[in-house]
Each structure stands twice: as C-alpha cells, then as structure tokens.
Write a protein that binds this ligand. Structure first.
Ligand code: DGL
Length: 275
C-alpha cells in the first residue's frame, strides 16, 4: 500500500454505505476513495448467503481492479455473511463493520452485565455474526430484524410518523425480549439516519439506551489500521478525492446518496457487474 496516499475502496449494497464514507472523510481526508454501491442488486438483507457472497465478492473484486489497496465493507449484511469469502478473494486488507461495531459497544459499556440490542437486516440477524462478535467480548446480545426500516429510509421517511410507529413496534418487541438492554447497536448502513427518530422513540418509551453507530466505529478502525489517529483529522491533508460507481440509476444514487453522505454526491459512474 502507498504510504503517501492510500486508495480506500468502500463497498455497500447501495448508497447506505455512504454513512461510512461520511465518517471516513473527516478522519482520513488525505486518501483517495473509490465507492461502489451495488444498487442494481440491492437489497442484500433479504437474500441468501450464497447470493450475498456472490454479489459481494464481485463488487469487492471490482474495487480492487480500480486500484483499491484497502477494502472497507460498509455493508453490515455483506460483512456478516461474506467477510471471509471477500478476504479469500482479495490480496488486500479487508475491514468490515461488525467487529468495529462490537468493539465500540464494549468501549461504551458502563455497567455489568451489559446487554446489547442489535438492530439489523433479516440476513444479518440470521447469520448471528453480531451475537458471536459481542459474545466473544463477553457482552450479552439480542438481535432484532427490522426489514421495514431500509425501505422507509430509502423513501426519505426519516422524520415521519409512520417510521416512528414502526420503530416503536420493533423496539417494544425487542425490549420485551431483553428488558435489561442498555446499549443499542445500529447494525445496518441505513439506521444512522434514523438516530434522531430512534432517540425520540426510546424517550417516549422511557427506555433510554446508549446508541452505537457501527459506521463511525468502522472509520476509526480504518484510521487505526493505517496508523492514523482515530480522533482528530490530519491537518496537513490535501483533501479527499472520491470516485463513485453504481450498478443502477446514477440519478437516484446522486439524489438519495447526498442524504447519506451529508453533502452533494459528485458524478456517479454506471457499471455492470452482471447478475
Ligand atoms: N447495506 C445493508 C446493510 O447494512 C442494508 C441494505 C440492504 O439490505 O442491502 O445491512
């Protein structure tokens, strides 16, 4: 890897992974970023292990071919189900979101025993990857599949009564199962956008929780992998360069992606990775 300016490939099933890129940019501004959103094959979260692994490996290979010397799997579902497949397929370091998310939950642990509730897609929950990562750190874990949240966020219903109601149903069910929960891990790229709605809902339920955003934790893990500080940005940085690729509608990517990135998404290149 070039020690001067790393080329960081960031991959997600769609534009949700831009929440990870958003966390990376201020932390590691002196890098080249190549982002791929596999929008044609989204959502991954409702698909089988075999399909997710096939899609994820072809996406990861594309980023390596474009010059990435470090790959960040921003997608929780791809990390949970295909991390090892991707690692085997690529000759470069690979960082996923599950381990950093679990480590951040450990760092936030205030009392013992700690009970972490993970909200994620159906495939992520079925893989039990978060439970294994959290249990390995001696944290208790409960996982809750929230399949309606991705479409609601994609619809832009971030501050919407329907979304608040859906969150209330999911959180009530999950907390009834694990009433001692004190930490909430957002185990899906789309959920950081719902953080205000989640806080609002938890307040109305009188069940405040420490909220962990796996996107920010992953950005800190990437900085630490590169030997950079994980707190303050590099003040001598020349500014990040980002190139965006998507496998479907570039207009939708640009329009919705800006919500996730927190700034306008520049030119998006359309590519075809096959079926
Ligand atoms: N990127 C996925 C994740 O973080 C959510 C969207 C999808 O299901 O593809 O799990």
């Amino acid at each position: 890897m070039s020690s001067l300016k790393p080329t960081i490939g960031v991959f997600d099933s769609g534009f949700g992974g831009l929440t990870v890129l958003r966390a990376l940019l201020p932390l590691i501004p002196d890098a080249r970023y190549i982002y791929l959103g596999d929008t044609a094959r989204l959502p991954y979260g409702s698909k089988s292990h075999e399909t997710i692994a096939r899609y994820a490996v072809s996406s990861a290979k594309f980023l390596h071919e474009q010059g990435a010397d470090l790959l960040v799997i921003a997608c929780n579902t791809a990390t949970a189900l295909a991390f090892e497949d991707i690692q085997r397929a690529l000759p470069i370091p690979v960082i996923g979101v599950v381990e950093p998310g679990a480590q951040a939950a450990l760092a936030a642990a205030e009392s013992t025993p700690n009970q972490v509730l993970v909200l994620a897609t159906t495939a992520t929950v079925q893989s039990r990857a978060y439970t294994q990562a959290l249990n390995a750190l001696n944290l208790e874990a409960t996982e809750k599949a929230c399949p309606l949240l991705v479409p609601l966020v994609e619809e832009g219903w971030i501050n919407h009564p329907v979304t608040d109601e859906v969150l209330k149903i999911y959180l009530t069910e999950a907390l009834a199962q694990a009433p001692a929960t004190n930490t909430l891990l957002l185990g899906c790229t789309h959920y950081p956008l719902l953080e205000p709605a989640i806080r609002r809902t938890l307040t109305s339920m009188q069940h405040p929780l420490t909220i962990i955003d796996a996107a920010k934790a992953t950005a800190r893990a990437v900085a630490s992998h590169l030997g950079l500080p994980s707190q303050s940005p590099d003040l001598n940085a020349t500014g990040p360069q980002c190139t965006f690729y998507a496998t479907d509608s570039v207009e939708k990517f640009q329009f919705l992606g800006s919500n996730f990135l927190g700034q306008a998404v520049a030119k998006v290149n359309l590519i075809d990775l096959g079926g």
